[in-house]
Design a protein around this ligand. Structure first.
Ligand code: NAD
Length: 311
């Protein structure tokens, strides 16, 4: 039931998600602060807008896919943001798919409801913002097979579902505002820690004389089996078609993993929950970034176990 979709943030993920919306026949308008990506889209005949405010004016739904919480805040509440005073707020749904902290998602959802109550009192009663971060990475964004985890009103989720399914293959409703963002950082916390566990065990095994391929076979038919061992193995040469087999390029950057672990550690601290593995994993991935591997895939953390060993 939505026709025009505004898309803000056309980076590695957003450009591919927007393309899938275009392929599905939606009328898409886009905005990004990067001139080059705006040009790429306008060369394809897609309508580009100079500000989020102009995107809002032209869209039934606005989707944001931005690096961090502060970028999302800017796009929503900045001077020419989606919630600019005087905006009639034509969109019926605002969907943020960025990975950001759950508290910011909740604050934004509240800001949207307050704004709507003030601007269009007769029309809107319920909040219409959803936090809908994704799992799956660039390949899944390209293939339209992302998993969306959604927080916000259930009615809004049901309305958004067909649209989300043009960019993904799974949508999972998590509960009220901020629960999608919470689910995302918990998923990445588990993924970051399990990648470390598998890397550490394979590095130790190799050093004790067991080939990584043999140990992987054992893990994958034993209780250590997990995504990091059987789908995204971190040791070069053990699996084909994964970042470790191409010098850790073309995957999920270590700096993004470090960012997501920062979010998890900060969320845990806020509620006084002890999460020692988050903090330790956060330190390790931050070191990997400092060592110059920030844009390499996060599975390069395997090499961290050998860093400084043979120099
Ligand atoms: P990216 O850095 O490639 O793209 C972000 C885009 O946002 C850039 O084009 C940038 O110019 C634009 N941008 C930044 N600030 C802006 C602003 N104020 N207004 C308009 N545009 C702005 O990032 P990405 O890899 O596409 O990731 C986007 C989000 O998705 C992040 O939160 C990331 O954690 C999450 N994510 C990424 C992956 C992945 O594999 N890359 C997977 C799942 C989730």
């Amino acid at each position: 039931q939505f026709e025009s979709i505004g898309f803000i943030g056309l980076g590695n993920m957003g450009s591919r998600m927007a393309n899938n919306l275009i392929k599905a026949g939606y009328k898409v308008v886009v905005h990004d602060v990067n001139y080059n990506v705006m040009k790429m889209f306008s060369d394809m005949g897609v309508s580009t807008k100079e500000t989020p405010f102009e995107v809002a004016e032209a869209s039934d739904v606005v989707i944001t896919m931005l690096p961090s919480s502060s970028n999302v805040m800017d796009v929503y509440t900045g001077p020419n943001g989606l919630l600019r005073v005087g905006n009639l707020l034509s969109p019926r749904l605002l969907i943020d798919s960025s990975t950001i902290d759950p508290q910011t998602s909740r604050n934004l959802s509240m800001a949207v409801s307050n704004f709507i109550l003030k601007q269009k009192k007769d029309h809107w009663e319920n909040p219409v913002m959803l936090d809908a971060p994704v799992s799956g990475g660039v390949l899944a964004a390209e293939a339209g097979s992302l998993t969306f985890m959604i927080g916000g009103s259930e009615d809004a989720y049901l309305a958004a579902k067909p649209l989300l399914l043009t960019m993904g293959k799974n949508t999972i409703y998590c509960g009220g505002a901020g629960t999608g963002s919470a689910a995302k950082i918990c998923n990445n916390l588990a993924m970051g820690v399990s990648m470390l566990g598998v890397s550490e065990a394979l590095a130790l095994g190799q050093s004790l004389g067991i080939a990584a391929g043999t140990l992987t076979k054992i893990f994958n038919s034993s209780s250590a089996r997990c995504w990091s061992s059987d789908t995204y193995n971190p040791v070069p040469g053990v699996m084909e078609g994964v970042p470790s087999s191409r010098d850790y390029t073309g995957g999920f950057a270590s700096k993004l993993m470090a960012k997501d672990l920062d979010l998890a550690a900060a969320a845990a601290k806020k509620i006084d929950l002890k999460c020692p593995l988050s903090s330790q994993a956060q330190e390790i991935y931050t070191e990997v970034c400092k060592d110059g591997h920030d844009i390499k895939d996060f599975s390069c953390v395997f090499r961290h176990y050998y860093s400084g060993k043979d120099e």
